[in-house]
Ligand binder design. Sequence first.
Ligand code: F6R
Length: 607
Amino acid sequence: MCGIVGYVGGQQAAPLLLEGLARLEHRGYDSAGVAVLGGSGQRLAKRAGRVRDLSEALPKRFAGKVGIGHTRWATHGPATDANAHPHLDEASAVAVVHNGIIDNASTLRRQLTDAGVELASDTDTEVLAHLVARSDADTLEGKVRETLSYVEGTYGIAVTHADFPDRIVVARNGSPLLVGVGEKEMFVASDLAAIIRHTTAVAHLDDGEMATVTATGFTTVRHTDGAATAREAVAIDVDADQYEAGEHESYMHKEIHEQPASAARVLRGRLDERFGTAHLGGLGLDNRELRAIRRVKILGCGSAFYVGQMGAGLIEELARIPADAEAASEFRYRNPIVEPDTLYVVVSQSGETIDTLLAVEEVRRKGGRCVGLVNVVGSAIARACDGGIYLHAGPEVAVASTKALTNMFLGFALLALQLGRVRDLSIADGKRLIAGLERLPDQIAEILEGEADLAEAAKELAAAESLFFVGRVRGFPVAREGAQKFKEISYRHAEAYQTSELKHGPLALISPQVPTVAVVPDDELTERNVAALHEIAARGGPLWVVTHPGVDLGDVPARRIEVPRNEVELDPILLTVPLQVLAYHAAASLGLDVDKPRNLAKSVTVE
Ligand code: F6R
């Protein structure tokens, strides 16, 4: 949420900053800005709107070889030119960009106004620029350290100062920051994506750490006491092309189509065909400890929560351990009972979602054991957990999550298999599921081959202002995820319901103007599902049914969307994939920016 990039070296900073911002734009896209240090001090350009608006508006003469830039997702104050980052002090000596939230910003703003400072924005960030400018410390590092001693909250910040024109000081507390090492040039960024074309030698800062970065190197200290931390850059093994949309019209389209390959990656090396089980060494739990687990609680936010519900179903079915999923954003506020024989599983693509991270901290504070299913290696959530498995989906740029969610499901399938096989699950069932998992990547590819038909259906669905997505038991989280994907990128009102609950209220809303997408797999509930379809059809509700070949829908007037058969336990993920494609094409047919839906941002690092 929000993106930071900075440069210090021999090249002009502005073009590099703008390029970095364009690569970070998925993290916040309501405003953007850059500040560079040239011969005559700070030069600032910032405005509400997209990075391309900023590029077009940039003054011709914008020279300077040190600079910082920011893409914003508004928290304090609306998306206006004045609220865009960077923020300067009154004398325009200090420039600051900031991700996160300063909790005591209103107190600090009041203290500054009482002292005669005229604040130019509504933001929490601006106070940082004034505090740095007013510090008596004689180094920039000292000024920033003093400033941070007054600040409560979360931040990743980058600071430049006209009196110290050879450096950028960055600091981290709860919001990621890294330093990238180039040839006589250095970068700072909140995300590797911003600088990947220039360097893959990076040092990730820890919370409580700050770095002073010049063209020739960097030093790190703890900002609490100034003690050196001697952090070194390490080479990251990553292909820069993974961060490009390439031949695809959008990142979301690319990421949907990457799923056969990324799904195969999360399974690789983790399946034990001989014993019909999975091996997840990263959990750090031996068989005795796995057997001692009496309950599983899954925590995640948004779509990760819905996949968590699919995961809970898998664990209950395969391991027969009571399991449920809960929105991580709610968990810590109800003073949860944390039990020592419960396994807490947190699930997150970014590994940065603050609500999920705080849920981990709540569990651990109360003595619980947390394992993570996380995509981003080395992320805050991955580090906060006792163990876990990486999802290997590769970088996900589109705001709406697709390939990472598929791998979350597969991560849960592996976990359920391992938990099941140290309990009652038979070797035959274990082998059956392994064979099913191995078929999945090709089956996902098969679904994606039907994209043209799904695009046609999507166009019709996009014409409705309001839709239902319904499913039962295994199909209900599928419906929830389908509705979520549809609403977040097409801005249509899409509501998910248990099919069985329709008649207890929402059936009143069914009409020829309100289509329903019903998830009806071939399972023990098919007949009941079909009965509900009749009830919808009888009220004139148009129906699209996501189902398996051969399922008899009787004489219900429904359009079919078919997915290949696999083992019933694994159905949810195959039923989900066409819903991603529907959402994508609905939004595309409406001419919307599918990768950057309004009001949202990738990685929600604010509460
Ligand atoms: C929806 C979506 C969000 C995320 C949620 C959690 O498409 O992407 O609902 O799933 O914000 O994010 P992570 O997985 O990064 O913790």
